[in-house]
Design a protein around this ligand. Structure first.
Ligand SMILES: Nc1nc2c(ncn2[C@@H]2O[C@H](COP(=O)(O)OP(=O)(O)OP(=O)(O)O)[C@@H](O)[C@H]2O)c(=O)[nH]1
Ligand SMILES: [Mg+2]
Length: 318
């Protein structure tokens, strides 16, 4: 058994091995998970969480790495969480990322972790927030969460982040059309990466049109900026950070940040509660309370709905 108090103390000092241990404990749903989360709770809330999403190959990892460089220049401690919701194995598809992130490997002010979430109860919604808490408690001022893969994960990542960055690149064939269903609602900041390639302006224009950015908005409404970057050369990255800072300030002024975090926490509580309830219900087969209720139903004394109500009330103490 790990000594959680010591690990947490060491993580606060920024010791990478302690951070890694804690993330492994939460990721593996260790019996000590609750103890870890309880110890971390008072230490969290300081980090700004940036979500990064976009089709495979648009340059998410390259951008993340460039952003880390920029944040480090500004003296900030940074955490990176690369989440792969399609894989049950940590590593694998994320190996390439490790290479792209290698320039930060020896920097004690950067903590990089990859995480596979397939097969986790509740998937990304369950596993990532716990890892984010560990990084937060470890003193990361900014946490960049990159999701690998497409689909539902894009929407989930947006729900986890304070600010969601959607990356696009010109000439990706499917372009915006394929992605438009989900991404137009979730981006707080849009980045057209690979601006060194033909078609970046067209992609930005198309995006601008689809987001309806030409149309007038209500006063105080957030207008997602579109930033062009060449992440591979670090170009435009300062502008991305500026856009993030603006969005954060905009949210702060209006209480949006606190509200987003509350919604996130509510969602998380819900997921944990439902998982716990499901586990208890699954344990019921052969339970005497269930057999007794079943006998009353077959005896015509109770209808199954009333019996189910009674069962749920008994389980939850409601
Ligand atoms: N021309 C050009 N290539 C880039 C740029 N940024 C990244 N790339 C290249 O695009 C490829 C994919 O970059 P990644 O950063 O791995 O993209 P990703 O979105 O993280 O990819 P997945 O994690 O596999 O979804 C790599 O070969 C990069 O070198 C850029 O600004 N211009
Ligand atoms: Mg990547």
């Amino acid at each position: 058994m790990a000594d959680v108090a010591t690990l947490v103390e060491q993580a606060r000092e920024g010791r990478p091995r302690a951070v890694a241990r804690l993330i492994s404990l939460v990721e593996g749903a260790s019996p000590q998970l609750r103890e870890v989360m309880a110890a971390l709770a008072p230490l969290t809330g300081g980090a700004y969480v940036v979500g990064l999403t976009g089709s495979p190959g648009v340059g998410k990892s390259t951008s993340t790495s460039a952003m880390v460089t920029a944040y480090r220049k500004a003296g900030k401690r940074v955490g990176v969480l690369a989440v792969d919701p399609s894989s049950p194995f940590s590593g694998g598809a994320l190996l390439g990322d490790r290479v792209r992130m290698s320039e930060h490997a020896s920097d004690p002010g950067v903590y990089i972790r990859s995480m596979a979430t397939r097969g986790h109860l509740g998937g990304l919604a369950w596993a990532a927030p716990q890892a984010i808490r560990v990084l937060d408690a470890a003193g990361c001022e900014v946490i960049v969460v990159e999701t690998v893969g497409v689909g539902q994960s894009e929407v989930e990542i947006a729900a986890q982040a304070d600010t969601c960055v959607v990356l696009l690149a010109p000439g990706m064939g499917d372009g915006i059309q394929a992605a438009k269903a989900g991404i137009l609602e979730i981006g707080d900041v849009y980045v057209v990466n690979k601006a060194d390639r033909d078609g970046a302006d067209a992609t930005a224009r198309e995006l601008n049109h689809m987001l309806g950015l030409g149309e007038s908005r209500g006063p105080g409404e957030w207008r997602p900026p579109i930033v062009k970057t060449v992440a591979a050369r670090g170009e435009g990255i300062d502008e991305v950070l500026e856009a993030l800072e603006k969005h954060r300030a905009w949210m702060d002024e209006r209480g949006v940040l606190a509200e987003r975090r509350r919604i996130r926490a509510a969602h998380e509580i819900e997921t944990i509660a439902i998982t716990a309830l499901r586990a208890r219900l699954a344990d019921l087969r052969g339970d005497v309370r269930l057999s007794a209720l079943a006998a009353r139903v077959t005896g015509g004394e109770l209808d199954p709905y009333a019996a189910a109500d009674e069962l749920v009330a008994g389980l939850t103490g409601l």
